[in-house]
Design a protein around this ligand. Structure first.
Ligand SMILES: Cc1cc2nc3c(=O)[nH]c(=O)nc-3n(C[C@H](O)[C@H](O)[C@H](O)COP(=O)(O)OP(=O)(O)OC[C@H]3O[C@@H](n4cnc5c(N)ncnc54)[C@H](O)[C@@H]3O)c2cc1C
Ligand code: SF4
Ligand code: SF4
Ligand code: SF4
Length: 700
């Protein structure tokens, strides 16, 4: 029909579809496979549909010598404008006075391009009309302007399909924009005869959309074939002690683990497909304390012991779960967990669990409650009865902060305590009229206790260094906990003493505070491991980059010279192995993983979509083509043949698929990262931010 469906009304077998070409279709069933990209938002002025106006850009090198107007201020607009500016005159139209929605790297690129004149930009400007292939008329702050151009590229976002989908009667379990519609085992929505498949149903790969399309069409024709993933699930269940078929095993998982009791059958199936079923035997370790894994574990059968310390154990049995602390905070495992009987444990990757929590409010609430109770037990009241902690958790409130948001200011009246759930915060005090950072507090810890014992006013300002979530406990609830738990007052008083002496030390050394503040601005508040270069020792030999290239097929994953410096500490462009890696958030084949040592690495299953490159705020991911076999260092030194270490080698042909590459902390090398080992002066250091902050404080 070559037309857009603008409305779907009715239910099977009596659907009516309105098409954009004004035709109407009557159908018995509808299969929605409209993806999540939505439709590009049109400019909304005369001339918007002309051939010289386009809403996507496949290949910027297709155009040369043209004058092109790019409308928009987001990442897509900036990336298009910068790429087109190589061979064309580019003018950007931004309806605001800044590029507030762009990620850091793109902001730098566009600012630099505007400054050096390679791109011109109209700020606070709207579009009045388009004269096809001739000009665009703009409404600027000083009046109307006509700009002569060959082409207009509008990158003003897409209209999300949710409203359209809901208008057809399909229900979503929550208002969260990432929620998926509720579907039956045959992908049928709550509207009989209306099916949802592909990306819109939460399946990010082409093969899934194709398999589902086939299954649904067969089902509509009356042939109830087995789903394509049936064999995969059979294989997954083979080693379990149950000897049950796929449907019965899924039912058993549902009845054994109450948190999954009310989730949709298809969602459970997907969750189990993405998960591993572990069968640890009595005494086997499921994960170790300090591992950097962040999966969620549900006990389908058996019993485990959580080893809090050498003397303290907690036993968890069938239906209970563990691993939620690292899942939510992104930090290391806080305890070792060992099977205390033969077990069946469902290990669910973080991404699937977060998706489930976003879709099911009840699942989120249960996981959050356990997080609060276990954080209180670990940090504040280890001996409080479970009932008391449950009522405290009931009153707690989850609060989200963007990077730079203030949790509270010095001098505010103290109204409660924040348990940092993920992200991190900096603590600063006004000293001599200047805000001096005295420390940073990572996820899993708390802030705000000083104002609740003795003092009534906040003694410091606390600011989110990165996007942060905290669990807020009201002051009155905390005071009741203080009265009920004799050890708590003493613990808090010790903490207050510790913080007062730390404050005094930092007040005497404001430079250390400035350095911590600089590092937080570079995203170290969410890093687990970062490469820092001591500029007082660095001789600029670039051995670090060369060694990195030598160990990674000729492409260095670190840019030594790029990145800012402060007080002789340089933060090169290199992966921070973030606690909650941004790059992992939207990887269709789930190719980005995190190893127990914290390293975030990319598997060969990368399909080169570039999402991670766009999502990393620190610009450390590159899309690289396949490399020719790199010559060995010896070969190059002795024979001079082949490319030098660090030299960029050509990809195999113009159509070679590029894949994402980044620092993997040299996971396959014993002895640690090549960059650090190659440094002749000891200038290159890899460490966790807390180690660095501690060193900074000690040095002053
Ligand atoms: C750059 C990139 C590379 C990728 N590479 C791979 C890869 O190598 N392998 C892989 O498995 N996956 C890959 N993916 C993911 C893959 O593209 C998606 O999983 C897949 O496209 C989803 O298919 P879909 O049919 O659900 O939606 P889409 O492919 O988004 O198709 C939706 C279609 O519906 C149309 N439509 C929307 N609304 C309406 C309407 N109202 N009326 C009529 N038509 C409408 C749209 O125009 C579009 O043609 C990649 C994704 C990206 C962004
Ligand atoms: S690639 Fe970027 S987002 Fe991913 S872990 Fe590294 S620094 Fe963080
Ligand atoms: S480019 Fe990045 S996000 Fe895309 S598939 Fe590869 S690793 Fe995943
Ligand atoms: S190897 Fe060491 S001295 Fe050489 S450039 Fe890198 S950090 Fe500087």
């Amino acid at each position: 029909y070559n037309a857009e469906v603008t409305a779907i009304t009715g239910a099977g077998p009596n659907f009516e579809l309105q098409l954009s070409n004004r035709e109407t279709l009557q159908t018995e069933a509808v299969v929605l496979a409209i993806g999540l990209q939505g439709n590009p938002r049109k400019i909304g002025v005369d001339g918007e549909s002309d051939d010289s106006v386009q809403y996507t850009l496949d290949d910027p090198d297709e155009f040369s010598g043209e004058t092109i107007v790019v409308i928009g201020a987001g990442d897509a607009a900036i990336e298009n404008a910068v790429a087109l500016a190589r061979n064309n005159a580019v003018i950007v139209v931004n309806r605001r006075d800044e590029f507030a929605r762009a990620k850091e790297g793109n902001l730098t690129l566009i600012t630099r391009a505007i400054e050096d004149g390679s791109i011109s930009c109209f700020f606070n400007t709207g579009v009045a009309s388009i004269e096809p292939s001739t000009a665009i008329n703009l409404t600027t702050e000083t009046g109307e302007t006509r700009v002569v151009c060959d082409r207009v590229i509008a990158r003003t976002g897409a209209i999300p399909p949710r409203r359209f989908v809901e208008s057809a009667g399909i229900r979503f379990p929550s208002d969260d924009p990432t929620t998926l519609p509720e579907l039956s085992g045959h992908y049928e929505s709550n509207v009989p005869g209306l099916y949802v498949i592909g990306a819109l149903g939460g399946y990010p790969l082409i093969k899934q959309a194709m398999n589902q399309g086939f299954e649904v069409v067969e089902f509509i024709k009356g042939d109830d074939i087995l789903p394509a993933d049936h064999g995969i699930l059979e294989g997954k269940f083979q080693h379990l002690p149950y000897r049950k078929n796929v449907d019965d095993t899924l039912a058993l998982i549902r009845t054994s683990v109450p948190i999954f009791e009310n989730i949709n059958g298809l969602v459970l199936r997907e969750l189990v497909l993405a998960s591993e079923l572990l069968t640890p035997k009595l005494g086997d370790v499921i994960f170790h304390k300090n591992d950097y894994t962040n999966s969620f574990m549900s006990i389908v059968d058996g019993e485990v012991q959580v080893e809090i310390d050498d003397e303290k154990f907690i036993t968890l049995g069938r239906g209970q779960f563990f691993g939620e602390m690292s899942l939510l905070s992104g930090r290391r495992r806080s305890a070792t967990v060992r099977a205390s009987a033969d077990c069946v444990v469902l290990e669910t990757p973080r991404r699937e669990m977060i998706k489930l929590m976003n879709s099911y409010e009840l699942v989120r609430k249960i996981v959050d409650q356990h997080f609060i109770i276990r954080t209180l037990r670990a940090g504040l009241v280890p001996d409080a009865p479970q009932g008391e902690l449950e009522s405290v958790a009931e009153t707690a409130e989850l609060v989200s902060f963007r990077a730079g948001d203030i949790l509270f200011r010095e001098g505010d009246s103290a109204d409660g305590l924040h348990l940092i759930r993920n992200g991190s915060v900096s603590v600063s005090r006004n000293i001599g009229g200047r805000d001096i950072v005295t420390t940073y507090v990572a996820a899993g810890n708390y802030v705000g206790e000083m104002g609740l014992v003795g003092e009534t006013r906040r003694s410091a300002t606390v600011k989110a260094t990165v996007a942060t979530e905290s669990i807020f406990l009201r002051g009155d609830v905390f005071q009741t906990m203080l009265l009920r738990n004799s050890g708590l007052r003493e613990r808090i008083q010790n903490k207050v003493k510790e913080r007062i002496s730390e404050n005094l030390r930092m007040e005497a050394a404001p430079d250390a505070g400035d350095l911590i503040s600089f590092l937080m601005q570079q995203g170290l508040g969410e890093a687990t491991d970062v490469l820092l270069i001591d500029e007082s020792l660095c001789i600029g030999c670039d051995n670090c980059e060369k060694a990195c290239a030598e160990t990674h097929d000729g492409t260095s994953r670190l840019d030594r010279a790029a990145g800012p410096s402060y007080a002789q500490v340089h933060v090169p462009t290199s992966c921070r192995h973030c606690e909650d890696p941004h790059c992992m958030k939207d990887c269709p084949p789930d190719a980005i993983r995190r190893a127990p040592n914290g390293e975030v690495y990319i598997q060969d299953s990368c399909i080169g979509c570039g999402n991670c490159e766009r999502n990393c705020p620190y610009d450390v991911i590159q899309m690289a083509g396949p490399k020719e076999a790199a010559p060995s260092l010896f070969n190059w030194l002795l024979t001079g043949s082949g490319a030098a270490p660090g030299e960029r080698l050509t990809a195999n042909g113009p159509n070679a698929i590029k894949k994402a590459v980044k620092c993997d902390m040299c996971k396959d090398l014993s002895g640690g990262p090549a960059c650090v080992r190659a440094c002749p002066t000891g200038a290159a250091l890899r460490m966790s931010p807390s180690e660095f902050v501690t060193l900074t404080k000690r040095a002053n």
